[in-house]
Design a protein around this ligand. Structure first.
Ligand code: SAH
Length: 349
């Protein structure tokens, strides 16, 4: 049987581990701090624990760790892309983005993805596996250690669908928020989903005030189905209802991500339909110019179309921003770097 990852355990679970070993609870608190504050990558490095106890832990437990395979720093902006190797040699990627008001990281929640969005590189090879809470945390810890400063914001917008790995993502959130760990405020964390409606309700019921982002990409079900298979399972109407439920529970504003694709979803009728859908909702629209991938024939909308689209939304009272294209020279669109890396390792892939 493979060992259990101590980094993936919430405080109460860690206390149970030590109680089962016949130890005192305070050992769990010491261990938690060494793993989540000092960010150690092995049980042997928790020198506050007696050697005998470390040996005992090593029999059935480990601490998941990632190896940095590659770091690409953008020449144009303050973006760095990290390629990590997991213990089972799978590859994932994360992005660090420096803004005027803080430092943000974009983390992966799965190796690959099974949602099948046409324009997204992460999903092209399907889902390999979901990440453990410890493996999501470790991306954050490795980047902080590599950069030598504290990262202030997290977006779960890397490879994978966070709500398709619900239990592990929830554990990740609780651990990163723990005041004996990184103590990161929920308001500094954003989850992005393509719209797994039942899970949006579950998340709302947790009553943790994280930011929720919905990948909309078309206000018409029939058009949305052509680019996002999830639209066959849940209608836009169901998503909007779930969003109202989320807002009522958490009092948080929702962001709608909208990737603008030339001639596909950038017409005036699309913008006007978005206005109808979102009017009166506590929300914000983030327009993203399509980051071209070779598996998708379409291109991004031109600048004029993007500006016109934004103007229609703003004139009709919808808060809208255009996302800066960051890290274009380091393949910052989800999953592109990983795919290129795997291809280079195996030319037949
Ligand atoms: N699975 C989650 C989070 C991952 S992607 C989700 O679907 O929300 C984060 C955002 O980037 C999503 O809005 C996604 O639709 C968008 N995205 C993916 N590939 C893109 C590309 N090539 N160009 C622009 N946006 C893209």
């Amino acid at each position: 049987m493979s060992n259990i990852d101590l980094k993936s355990l919430e405080m109460e679970e860690l206390e149970e581990v030590f109680i089962r070993l016949g130890e005192k609870k305070y050992r769990a608190h010491q261990t938690f701090k060494w793993i989540h504050q000092k960010m150690v990558s092995s049980i042997n490095n928790i020198t506050e624990l007696p050697q005998g106890l470390r040996d005992k832990l090593n029999l059935n437990y480990n601490i998941s760790k990632l190896k940095i395979v590659q770091r690409l720093d953008s020449k144009f902006d303050d973006t760095s892309k990290y390629l990590f190797m997991l213990d089972d040699r799978n590859i994932i990627e994360s992005v660090l983005m420096k803004y005027k008001h803080g430092v943000s990281v974009c983390l992966s929640t799965q190796v690959g993805c099974r949602m099948g969005c046409e324009f997204c590189a992460s999903t092209k090879g399907g889902l390999v596996r979901s990440l453990l809470p410890g493996e999501i945390l470790e991306q954050f810890y490795q980047i902080q250690k590599d950069q030598g400063y504290k990262v202030t914001n997290i977006v779960l917008m890397g490879s994978g669908e966070p709500l398709d790995n619900y239990d592990n993502v929830l554990k990740f959130l609780k651990i990163i928020h723990d005041d004996e760990g990184q103590n990161l405020g929920y308001r500094h964390i954003t989850i992005s989903t393509c719209g797994l409606v039942p899970k949006i309700y579950d998340l709302a019921d947790e009553e943790i005030p994280i930011n929720l982002s919905i990948s909309l990409h078309s206000p018409f079900d029939e058009e949305r189905k052509k680019i996002m298979p999830i639209a066959n399972r849940h209608s836009i109407y169901e998503i909007i209802e779930a969003c109202y439920y989320y807002i009522n529970k958490t009092k948080r504003r929702i962001t709608f991500e909208y990737t603008l694709i030339y001639g596909v979803n950038d017409k005036k009728e699309d913008a006007l339909e978005i206005v109808k859908l979102l009017k009166g909702m506590l929300c914000h629209v983030n327009l993203i110019p399509l980051n071209r991938i070779k598996e998708f024939i379409h291109t991004k909308s031109d600048e004029e179309a993007i500006r016109n689209f934004k103007d229609i939304l703003i004139k009709n009272g919808i808060n809208t921003t255009i996302r800066r294209e960051m890290g274009a020279d380091v393949n910052a669109a989800c999953g592109q770097l990983r795919r290129d890396y795997i291809k280079n390792q195996n030319p037949f892939n």
